[in-house]
Design a protein around this ligand. Structure first.
Ligand code: BGC
Length: 772
């Protein structure tokens, strides 16, 4: 398509029409100029293609087409396997081709700020590096099939409570280090065709109207070349949105904004011609409208260039893939005395409604119609001898005496007890948040009673977000299956019986209790605001900083085999942030089973910079090893691995000094460490005014020399009990926090002299800034 020609052929009205979709899932077509429409669909972990009526609106009674439900992102991210994520993307891309879908609405990649967020099942991690890496693989998989993606929800849509109205009060450093980097990586490394802006406001401005977010950061800084689409119904003021860079409103709105857009452009033109426009009139620069149209045309063009004929949605084949993927995601959290794998000769009791009706997907826009759901109970006979009792419901929290008795009776007959537990659908969903972190009481009670039998109990969890596990020290094993897609029952049985060696690791911390969580005091907010008071300390960044006990740490995951770490090497012990370094480590399978280890690399700032996390994930690899086999895993660390975002410096910054590079099997199982030093980087520039404290200019290498020479006399006059090199701790502290202007009161220095030093110090800093 000749986009510029098409743009110039369109009338103002047609451009305004294009600003929103047609119905729920299509863009507008403009027959007069031969512009076709495109189709989008949820996403992210299966197709939710809905049949529509003549207005493009869903025929609600019909639901969505039969598809294949893959594990949700809470599970797939736990694989720590980029290849697997790509395979999921490829599969979905092919399904989209077969179903004539041009863009799949995913991946969803908001940060798991609180385990209570109702949509955490759909999100990837509490760690932006991990989420970004996995998103890139997913996007590359889909887009290589000629189908677009929509990274969502941009940005900081981290709760469901008041998601369409509430405002996140969050500082820029926190956004830059925690809530934006996964999107940044996705944009820079895989150019998603679309970015879906979130419902919420950030510091008072709706994402759909946020020029800083959608234009300055997304396009100008990160180089986004695609189209911004609104979340469904996220638009408040359409004119402001177009000016801010929000291209495409969804769903369609029966052209209600067309006149308003045209009027606003005409008002702009009148204004340019020197006419007065009434105060409060909406004004829109036609160049902004054209840019939004251009972005939509570009999307349509890509969609048709990528479209192929002849793909078939092979549901049976994709069901198998769903099982294969689920197997790689399941996490063995606990395995005392090798209670797992279960031996074929052992008799097991399967207890819990989730054995018969597993919860395998979350509710809301990600909800798909599965092709074939496999429950553990459907296939358990293939694995070994078992008895089943419901024990408790998978749908609600009720206590039924008979179910309870049946469960105890089944347990009596078994060598091992496998409890299929989890969160019922109603406990977590898009649209609302959880109010507590517990399993239904009927389940907790059942588990406690089963433990009392003295037989080994293994709990298998089907949930989208962590639960408190008051029985965690008492049970022998815990398996986190998350929401493992339609084949979860098969995948779980494969893991329980050792047909597959578990290799999932936690992409989020499992805290001991809700009250321990970083956002506990600031979730879900009040008076339509939510303060991100924990700032950059979410997930393990918080628990590690506070040295808190957690139930299971970020990155944790056991295997039926064991892995040894050796030979940690860094390419250099001294480097600049820009040059970075290469790190390698040998991993050996020291056990008896084939297995996969998730090797994690964390960087810790030990430069003395205040307010930094203890460690942050900066690399990971999943490595498959036969018994006795060793492989070398290599990581490249670039400057971002060391940087933090300084609001004072207005950008990314890495201090010179020491950093710890640690590798291990979880954030709290670090096996090997090395220390390296960064040198040659720019110093942190102090802000200079009469209010600047002496400690700042005395300790900053840029200004120190000036202070020691030009201001020495003033300082020494102030020090009663020694000199600059030898002060009492109290004098040292008093001096450190003394503003330069303080010498007026404590030293008789004149205003003129203070002003002179301030000017000189400013020059020193400017000079350094210019030359570095
Ligand atoms: C959700 C999006 C989804 C869209 C379309 C919204 O409510 O937040 O994630 O893609 O609906 O279904």
């Amino acid at each position: 398509m000749d986009i510029e020609k098409m743009l110039s052929d369109l009338t103002l009205e047609e451009k305004a029409i294009l600003m929103a979709g047609f119905g729920f899932w299509q863009s507008q077509n403009i027959e007069r100029v031969g512009l076709p429409d495109i189709w989008v669909s949820d996403g992210p972990n299966g197709l939710r293609k809905q049949p529509v009526d003549e207005n493009g609106d869903p025929v609600w009674g019909e639901g969505s087409i039969e598809a294949v439900t893959f594990p949700a992102a809470c599970a797939t991210t736990s694989s720590f396997d980029r290849g697997l994520m790509k395979k999921l993307g490829t599969t979905l891309g092919k399904e989209c081709q077969a179903e004539n879908i041009h863009v799949i609405l995913g991946p969803a990649m908001n940060m798991k700020r609180s385990p209570l967020c109702g949509r955490n099942f759909e999100y990837m991690s509490e760690d932006p590096y991990l989420a970004g890496e996995m998103a890139v693989s997913y996007i590359n998989g889909v887009q290589a099939e000629g189908v677009g993606t929509s990274v969502k929800h941009f940005a900081a849509n981290d709760q469901e409570h008041e998601r369409m109205y509430g405002s996140d009060i969050v500082d820029e450093r926190t956004l830059r280090e925690i809530y934006l980097p996964a999107f940044e990586k996705a944009v820079k490394e895989s150019q998603p065709w679309t970015v879906m802006c979130s419902y919420n406001r950030i510091n008072g401005t709706y994402s759909a109207e946020n020029k800083w977010l959608l234009t300055d950061v997304l396009r100008k800084e990160w180089g986004f070349k695609g189209t911004v689409v609104s979340d469904w119904g996220a638009v408040s003021d359409r004119i402001k949105g177009i000016a801010a860079g929000m291209d495409w409103e969804m769903p369609g709105n029966k052209n209600v904004n067309v006149k308003q857009i045209m009027d606003a452009v005409q008002a702009y033109e009148r204004q340019q011609a020197g006419e007065a426009v009434a105060e409060g009139t909406a004004v829109l620069d036609p160049a902004d409208l054209d840019q939004a149209v251009r972005n939509i045309l570009t999307l349509v063009d890509k969609a048709y260039a990528g479209q192929r004929d002849g793909d078939v949605f092979d549901r049976d084949a994709d069901h198998k893939k769903s099982v294969e993927i689920a197997r790689e995601c399941i996490i063995l959290l606990k395995n005392d005395d090798h209670v797992l794998p279960v031996k074929k000769s052992e008799k097991v009791a399967l207890i819990g409604g989730f054995a018969a009706t597993p919860r395998f997907q979350g509710g809301g826009s990600a909800h798909t119609r599965p092709h074939e759901v496999t429950a553990a109970l459907d296939v358990c006979n293939e694995y070994g001898a078992s008895v089943y009792a419901k024990g408790f419901s998978a749908e609600e929290d009720v206590f039924i005496e008979q179910d309870y008795k049946d469960a105890m009776a089944a347990a009596e007959q078994a060598d091992k007890i496998l409890v299929f537990a989890g969160l019922p659908d109603s406990f977590e969903s898009e649209g609302y948040d959880r109010t507590h972190m517990r399993l239904p009481a009927s389940q907790d009670m059942m588990i406690e009673r089963l433990v009392e039998t003295g037989k080994p109990v293994v709990v298998i969890l089907h949930n989208g977000s962590p639960v408190e596990m008051p029985w965690r020290d008492k049970v022998a094993g815990i398996v986190e299956a998350y929401l493992g897609g339609e084949g979860v029952g098969r995948a779980v049985m494969d893991v329980l019986y050792g047909i597959v060696n578990p290799s999932g690791h936690l992409a989020e911390t499992i805290p001991v209790r809700l009250e321990d969580t970083p956002a506990f005091l600031n979730f879900p907010g009040s008076e339509h605001k939510v303060y991100y008071g924990e700032r950059i300390y979410i997930g393990y960044r918080y628990y590690d900083k506070k040295k808190m006990e957690v139930a299971f740490p970020f990155g944790h995951g056991l295997s039926y085999t064991t892995f040894a770490y050796s030979n940690l090497k860094v390419s250099t012990k001294e480097t600049t942030a820009k040059d970075g370094l290469t790190v390698s480590v040998d991993i050996t399978n020291t056990g008896e089973f084939f297995g996969k280890e998730v090797v994690q690399l964390y960087v810790g700032d030990r430069t003395g910079t205040p307010d930094r996390p203890v460690r942050e994930l900066k690399g990971f690899e999943k490595v498959a090893l036969m018994p006795g086999e060793t492989k070398t895993v290599t990581f490249e660390l670039g400057e971002r691995a060391f940087q933090w975002y300084s609001m004072q410096q207005g950008g990314w910054f890495a201090a010179n000094g020491e950093y710890v590079i640690a590798v291990g099997s979880s954030s709290r199982d670090l096996r090997l460490k090395e220390r390296i030093t960064l040198t040659g980087g720019r110093e942190f520039l102090p802000e200079i005014s009469a209010d600047t404290q002496i400690g700042t200019i005395l300790h900053n290498p840029v200004t120190r020399e000036y202070v020691l020479t030009e201001m020495r006399q003033i300082l020494e006059n102030y020090i009663a009990d020694g000199d600059l090199e030898q002060m009492s701790p109290m004098t040292e502290a008093l001096l450190r926090y003394m503003p330069i202007r303080g010498f007026r009161n404590f030293g008789g220095v004149t205003n003129e002299e203070i002003a002179k030093h301030v000017e000189n110090l400013k020059r020193v800093v400017e000079e350094y800034d210019r030359s570095h």
